[in-house]
Design a protein around this ligand. Structure first.
Ligand code: ADP
Length: 358
């Protein structure tokens, strides 16, 4: 049975209804409503003959409008035009917006059934798939942009070396350092992208178990202290602090947040970071607090978006990828926690995340 047959009550009303067909038709209508497919049938006099729940909500109609002229009750000009065109040339498929459903988009198929002199319309909500397509396109645009900068720096510096800078020891060192720094940035970028895409594909499985995180934090802190000896990192964490987490994911989250604290939250005059944890209900809340210049309130949430970086000179001079916090957000969510940031007082930022207590 084609799903539009369900709406052809006129045809079937003269026949004895078959109980199995009726119940499967009802099921079908329920399924179509639940997946958000709207169905409309318009009769030979251009009046509404049938509507399902989804189409009523998309078009702001109710059962009372059945029997009304379509052109009088359907407010979408695009949809009315499509219905007219279908009558003239059998089948029309188009993407429309501007319905009662606000900024939603629909893929609409309008078919004129000559035999029954009815126009049958199927509306599919494509808002989500359009949004995903835009996210994918933005990702590729951002990625190309981010890759182009280090690649062109490497190229320009190599050309300078070949064109004679090799003879000048000081210049050769400067150009080679720039090549090294930018190839490191490329490596970081590629590794972050790979990690993020594995996480977002849902293929990454974590081994979440009861874990003593105190030694993991100590380890991360001592590694980062070794690389940044001028930074004072104060850790206030109980011995043997047990939470539900994946060891590697926890280590990665801590590393990214402390590294950011060092990059964006310390200066020559203020070089202290503090790390602490306290129970809040059934969760353990970890905090990484710096005394830096903070994040403007409007950008607090946005820093977790892929490639988002606060557009300030100090930030842009830092060789980040804009992906570290997206990775943090994904990992914390996979471990059933939440993550955020808030202003520290009198200045600086507190990045926090929560995990389940054992
Ligand atoms: P990256 O550090 O590679 O730029 P992230 O995703 O880790 O990428 O961070 C995104 C942006 O968030 C940074 O570019 C910076 O603008 C801002 N940010 C992150 N941590 C801090 C912090 N502790 N203080 C101020 N700004 C921060």
């Amino acid at each position: 049975m084609s799903f539009l047959d369900f709406f052809k009550k006129k045809e079937t009303s003269s026949q004895q209804p078959e109980p199995t067909n009726n119940s499967s038709a009802r099921d079908l209508s329920g399924v179509l409503n639940s997946v958000g497919v709207g169905l409309i049938v318009i009769d030979e006099n251009d009046c509404l003959l049938e509507l399902n729940e989804s189409s009523m909500s998309y078009l702001g109609l109710s059962e009372n409008t059945i029997g009304s002229k379509a052109v009088e009750v359907i407010k979408s000009v695009d949809l009315i035009n499509l219905i007219k065109q279908a009558k003239e040339s059998t089948n029309q498929v188009e993407e429309i917006s501007g319905t009662h459903a606000g900024d939603k988009n629909f893929l609409v198929s309008a078919t004129y059934d000559e035999e029954n002199q009815e126009t049958q319309i199927v509306m599919m909500d494509t808002t989500r798939s359009n949004r995903l397509e835009n996210v994918r396109r933005d990702f590729i645009t951002n990625l190309s942009h981010e890759l182009r900068t280090p690649v062109s720096v490497i190229r320009a510096n190599s050309e300078s070396l070949i064109d004679g800078a090799l003879e000048d020891e000081e210049a050769a060192k400067k150009f080679s350092t720039a090549i090294l720094r930018n190839s490191e940035k490329l490596t970081r970028l590629l590794s972050d992208i790979l990690n993020l895409s594995t996480l977002e594909s849902g293929e990454y499985t974590l081994d979440i178990r009861s874990t003593n995180v105190t030694p993991i934090i100590s380890n991360v802190v001592s590694n980062l202290k070794e690389a940044n000896p001028a930074i004072d990192i104060q850790v206030t964490i109980n011995e043997d602090l047990m939470v539900m987490c994946d060891i590697q994911a926890f280590e990665q989250v801590m590393t990214n947040l402390i590294e950011n604290g060092i990059k964006y939250g310390t200066t020559d005059n203020s070089n202290t970071l503090s790390i602490s944890a306290k129970p809040v209900g059934q969760k353990m809340r970890f905090e990484i607090e710096d005394k830096g210049q903070g994040i403007p309130p409007a950008e607090r949430k946005r820093v977790f978006e892929r490639f988002y970086r606060v557009q300030e000179k100090e930030v842009l001079e830092n060789s980040g990828t804009g992906l570290g916090l997206s990775i943090v957000k994904n990992l914390v969510h996979l471990m059933d926690g939440s993550v955020g940031n808030e202003q520290a007082h009198p200045n600086g930022t507190i990045f926090w995340f929560t995990l389940n207590i054992v």
